[in-house]
Design a protein around this ligand. Sequence first.
Ligand SMILES: [Cu+2]
Length: 51
Amino acid sequence: MPAFPFRLEVKAGEIARKTVIFDKPGEYQFSCDLPGHHEAGMKGTLIVRAF
Ligand SMILES: [Cu+2]
């Protein structure tokens, strides 16, 4: 189950931005969904902290 309820597409060499408001702190996993990319390490963890 993906942590983010959206998919962001971008062409090579370009930048895509999206603003997201999180309801609660936590660690959210994200990754590229192209075949083999997640396994190749194209993934990360977004850490959301409360202030
Ligand atoms: Cu990728």
